[in-house]
Ligand binder design. Structure first.
Ligand SMILES: Cc1cc2nc3c(=O)[nH]c(=O)nc-3n(C[C@H](O)[C@H](O)[C@H](O)COP(=O)(O)OP(=O)(O)OC[C@H]3O[C@@H](n4cnc5c(N)ncnc54)[C@H](O)[C@@H]3O)c2cc1C
Length: 464
């Protein structure tokens, strides 16, 4: 028999789980959330937030080394790496505390421990060897994911790091190898480079940031190299050798094998879903490539059991997890929410230069059979970007030539992660070029470039 029953039990308190819990409480459900580690999940404790805190320090370090351009001079600029890491951990702790407060305010019951399905409508929670069973009309699995480990490149906490070890690095490495140039790998490579490390970024695909538009990948590649990073695309790591206090990667690039040695190595080769130990055995729940399969409303096929966030299909992003959490809860409450349109989920990478995109790349749009119009505007034609001293980068828009639908937008440069939402709203509203052209953008802002990139697709660009 269950010790206590709820309308909804959520296993995992990341941005998927805790947001779902708050929405359910708003809809007057009795809700319990089970967490085995820290409230806020990977995002707040080991992902989105602490990395952005580190990247802010790297941005300041970069600015401090380019002061002359702004009319300043400073001697003996230095940093205390332990303080940089401590600040990042403090920011993570503050936000995790914030989630605790929000859950309390919404009267969500927080249960500490390891949760697993324990038969229809039941969740067993184990803590310190003691198991308690709770009843629930509905259950949402939101157990997230962890770093993918390649055999032979297992994180050891000393020489080889996953994102977890990298976030609490005990000292600044003088040199670093980063394997994998997705958002996580590129952000760490950029952080350590801007803090002064010699960085080699290795990517197995033919270009870095491989999910982005080709032009964006090429621009970031060049920019990283200009900043002093060694970037190897189309590069296969054949093996990794640990030395006393360094690590050597054996890398094959276009048939040529070479060795790269650095103080430390970060493996950032993707994630695997946390599907183990959550009671999936004997249920109707299907797992494909370590992620739980659901229908459009997050239903797993097992009566009363839903799944959201990184545990399920990509994109593996915090805002996707939160949006799904709300959608599933509203579906459970019978509110008929809209299905999530994966094509309208923006993706951001906070390296220097920043990258942001939504919708189809030029290549994907063509592949899908669209006749397209493409616009491009470089920040060198934007007054605010020049005034800020950050005129590198561009915006690219992709339109359907027949209907004028904005199919995709791709940005690289200053504060683009803050601006992509403009195009995301446009896509959600199914805007065409006509409304975008007719929109007035404030001057002087970097966002004016968003207008110009639309104008260019229709041969009407003004400032270049
Ligand atoms: C270094 C890094 C940087 C990132 N940066 C960004 C970014 O800038 N923007 C972005 O959108 N995304 C980013 N992400 C991805 C983002 O963190 C994830 O998409 C997001 O956290 C997924 O949320 P979730 O709720 O599905 O799962 P998670 O955040 O992974 O939360 C799952 C929670 O479930 C708990 N749990 C697991 N199993 C159990 C169990 N059996 N019982 C109880 N609790 C359990 C875990 O302890 C965890 O707290 C980043 C990820 C990393 C690693």
């Amino acid at each position: 028999m269950a010790d206590q029953s709820f309308d909804l039990i959520i296993v995992g308190s990341g941005p998927g789980g805790y947001v779902a819990a708050i929405r359910a409480a708003q809809l007057k459900m009795s809700v319990a959330i089970i967490e085995r580690e820290s409230l806020g999940g990977i995002c707040l404790n080991w992902g989105c937030i602490p990395t952005k805190a580190l990247l802010r320090s790297a941005e300041i370090n970069h600015l401090l080394h380019t002061l002359d351009a702004y009319g300043f001079a400073a001697d003996n600029v230095r940093f205390d790496f332990a303080k940089v890491v401590k600040r990042s951990r403090g920011v993570a702790a503050q936000l995790s505390g914030g989630v605790k407060h929000l859950l309390k305010k919404n009267k969500v019951t927080v249960i500490e421990g390891e949760g697993k399905l324990a038969g229809t409508g039941k969740v067993a929670v184990t803590k310190d060897g003691k198991t308690t069973t709770y009843g629930a009309k509905n259950i949402i699995l939101a157990t997230g994911a962890r770093a993918r480990v390649i055999p032979g490149i297992e994180p050891d906490g000393k020489l080889i790091w996953s994102y977890r070890e990298a976030l609490v690095a005990p000292a600044m490495p003088k040199s670093l190898i980063v394997i994998g140039s997705g958002a996580i790998g590129s952000e760490f490579a950029s952080f350590f480079l801007n803090m002064g490390a010699k960085v080699t970024l290795i990517e197995a695909m033919d270009r870095i940031l491989p999910v982005e538009d080709k032009d964006i990948s090429a621009f970031v590649h060049k920019s990283f190299e200009k900043q002093g990073m060694t970037v190897l695309a189309d590069a296969k790591v054949q093996g990794v050798r640990k030395n006393g206090d360094s690590v050597t990667a054996v890398v094959e690039v276009k048939g040529k094998v070479s060795e790269i040695t650095a103080d430390r190595l970060i493996s950032a080769v993707g994630i695997v879903g946390n599907v183990e130990g959550i009671g999936l055995e004997g249920t109707k729940i299907k797992v494909e490539r370590t992620h739980v399969v659901t229908d459009a409303m997050g239903f797993t096929g097992e009566p009363g059991v839903y799944a959201i966030g990184d545990l399920t299909a990509p994109p593996w992003l915090a805002h996707k997890a939160s949006h799904e959490g709300i959608m599933v809860v509203e579906h459970i409450a019978g509110l008929h929410p809209h299905e999530m349109d994966v094509g309208n989920i923006p993706g951001c990478t906070y390296c220097r230069p920043q990258v942001a995109s939504v919708g189809l790349t030029e290549a994907k749009a063509k592949e899908k059979g669209h006749e397209i119009k493409v616009g491009k505007f470089s920040f060198i034609g934007n007054g605010k970007a020049i005034a800020m001293g950050e005129p590198e980068g561009f915006i690219k828009t992709v339109f359907d030539a027949k209907t004028g639908e904005l199919l995709g937008a791709h940005m690289v440069g200053p504060e683009v992660t803050e601006m992509i939402q403009g195009y995301t709203i446009a896509r959600t509203l199914e805007t065409t070029e006509a409304e975008l052209i007719n929109t007035v953008f404030p001057h002087p802002t970097v966002s004016e470039s968003m207008h110009e990139a639309v104008l260019d697709a229709y041969g009407r660009m003004i400032h270049l």
